[in-house]
Design a protein around this ligand. Structure first.
Ligand code: FAD
Ligand code: DLZ
Ligand code: SF4
Length: 506
């Protein structure tokens, strides 16, 4: 009879995961389950499905080679959801206890919390200590605070872990944050930037590709060519490649966009980090060991992982489940069909969506300032925007996707996460990218049929939400411009916006 049955979920693929820490190879077993419910609760990109199933199968194989006893249920032989499959396996394995690391998503945690009752077996849910900040520690940090800004959380984490701190307890280089040096656009004749390291599918991945092709043909995105890392060793190669070839330029060009460059100087590691093939502590350690890197690149990268990633997770668990229902602006428009096809004449949108269809990847500024910014100023329902981001990106799990969408991008949370909506007109996109050069619309035009839609939608958004936003001190310039606007100009903006929004709703 098995003592502990250790359930390892698809985003817990780390040998270091807490559920394995007290594992006794002579008494305990591991259960890993591929289930339809997880594959179908969102229209996951086909590459994301292949990544998860292949990484799970490789991880199970690695555990077996290391002497762990693993029961692995493949998608074609398992029940529909975690609970049903666990019930089925428990009847055969007869464990005394179920052990699991705290799931990443609220939805799955609710399911796990029911297991004791359903199975009549004790269930231990252990903390996911792969993160720098525990859920409880974040909760304590929020106590008594009027605002939960990332910057103060990040400073607390830097001090706690003694990261980029000098002997006197001050930030190395003199500043906590070099954001101001993270905003360069690419120079005109920049050399082509190397693409992320690609991995040829082995037999396990080839088999998963066949199964995904057959079982999930209607899911979003291009299945092939599939090039992602699917093991810890492969993902480490990607990390080392990034540190060697890209980290130094990461900082200056963090906010840049270019239509020929899908990845620029970004690490393209989130899809590995979020399933456990890489761990945040391991990445930060390696980054800090690098010599001769610009301070804005080291600090900028550390900020993303130690700051943003941990803060986003904290906000998720602090605010769920109500956070997923937030809609501060009462946005009502449907997500335009072109988000799923890329079939639009707005070149920036077309480029980011087509790249997403192909790679299941877009970097942060594409997500925030192109597809996200458009959804914000076009008044798209947060629920539908969220569903899109959760489906299309290989790194998308609700704990990280939801606060980025409802909070950072749509301001649907009314300012829990950000201090103002990140709305921008075509001018910003033109400054930071070369998309406008090849667009049917004219970024310099503010009104009429040739004008860049971002231009009139931007002002329309502030006109429509004036009551909710005009007291925000960070939007003082926007509303002082609106005050100076003639009523004819306002009418024109509203008419252009209305016409365009009707056209894209068809
Ligand atoms: P890099 O630019 O190289 O950054 C390094 C790492 O920092 C990333 O791998 C990631 O782990 C972390 N990071 C950076 N920014 C954030 C952030 N805002 N939140 C959390 N972690 C961050 N990230 C996800 O991992 N999953 C998502 O589902 C997701 N959805 C998003 C939705 C929207 C609307 C927006 C605006 C952002 C979203 N992000 C999400 C954050 C960010 O865009 C991605 O983490 C990043 O683009 C991944 O690419 P990269 O690994 O090349 O990142
Ligand atoms: C995303 C995903 C998919 C598509 N399939 C599975 C699966 O079949 N089995 C599994 O254990 N995990 C899968 N995942 C990841 C889970 O959705 C993830 O573990 C939860 O979101 C964590 O809360
Ligand atoms: Fe995008 Fe407007 Fe530029 Fe076209 S002109 S690429 S729609 S910002």
């Amino acid at each position: 009879m098995t003592n502990n049955l250790c359930v390892i979920l698809g985003d817990q693929l780390s040998l270091n995961v807490s559920s394995l820490k007290n594992f006794k190879k002579d008494q305990d077993r591991i259960l890993m389950m591929e289930v339809f419910n997880e594959a179908e609760y969102a229209n996951h990109h086909k590459k994301k499905l292949v990544l998860i199933f292949s990484a799970m199968r490789h991880f199970a194989e690695e555990l077996q080679t290391k002497g762990f006893s693993v029961k692995y249920s493949k998608i074609n032989e398992s029940q529909n959801d975690f609970t049903k499959e666990l019930e089925f396996q428990s009847k055969k394995i007869k464990p005394k206890r179920i052990v699991i690391t705290h799931p990443g998503e609220y939805r799955v945690l609710q399911e796990v919390k029911k297991w004791e009752k359903v199975l009549r077996i004790p269930v231990s849910i252990l903390e996911d200590d792969r993160f720098f900040c525990s859920i409880d520690e974040f909760e304590k940090w929020t106590e008594g605070r009027k605002e939960l800004r990332m910057e103060l959380f990040y400073q607390m984490m830097r001090k706690k872990y003694d990261i980029l701190i000098d002997k006197n307890g001050k930030p190395k280089g003199g500043k906590w944050n070099y954001d101001i040096k993270n905003r360069k656009s690419l120079p005109k004749n920049y050399p082509r930037i190397p693409e992320p390291l690609e991995h040829k599918p082995d037999n396990i991945t080839k088999q998963v590709i066949i199964e995904v092709k057959k079982k999930f043909p209607k899911h979003f995105g291009d299945l092939e060519p599939f090039w992602f890392a699917v093991t810890h060793i492969q993902a480490m190669k990607n990390l080392n490649d990034f540190l060697k070839n890209k980290l130094d330029n990461f900082g200056p060009y963090e906010d840049a966009m270019a239509q020929e460059e899908s990845f620029l100087y970004h690490s393209v590691l989130s899809m590995y980090l979020n399933i456990g093939l890489l761990e945040p502590k391991q990445i930060i350690k390696k980054v800090l060991e690098k010599d001769g890197i610009k301070v804005e690149s080291i600090e900028g990268f550390v900020r993303q992982i130690l700051g943003w990633r941990e803060y986003i997770r904290g906000i998720y668990w602090h605010t769920m489940p109500s956070y997923s229902k937030t809609n501060y602006f009462d946005a009502k428009n449907k997500l335009p069909k072109f988000y799923w096809t890329g079939d639009t004449e707005m070149n920036c949108m077309k480029n980011c969506i087509q790249q997403t269809i192909k790679e299941s990847y877009a970097h942060h500024i594409q997500r925030l300032m192109i597809t996200g910014n458009f959804a914000l100023i076009a008044g798209i329902k947060p629920e539908e925007v969220c569903e899109w981001y959760l489906s299309v990106y290989a790194d998308a799990y609700e704990w990280v996707e939801l606060p980025n969408t409802h909070g950072m991008t749509l301001y649907a949370d009314g300012g829990i996460l950000g201090s103002k909506p990140y709305a921008a007109s075509g001018n910003y996109i033109n400054k930071m990218s070369n998309y406008c050069r090849d667009c049917k619309y004219n970024v310099k035009e503010k009104e009429g049929k040739d004008a860049c839609p971002f231009n009139y939608l931007y002002w329309n958004f502030f006109l429509e939400n004036q009551n909710k936003l005009q007291k925000n001190p960070r939007l003082w310039t926007v509303f002082s411009n609106i005050k100076k606007m003639s009523s004819a100009k306002k009418k024109q903006i509203q008419n252009d916006s209305k016409k365009f929004l009707i056209q894209i709703s068809k």
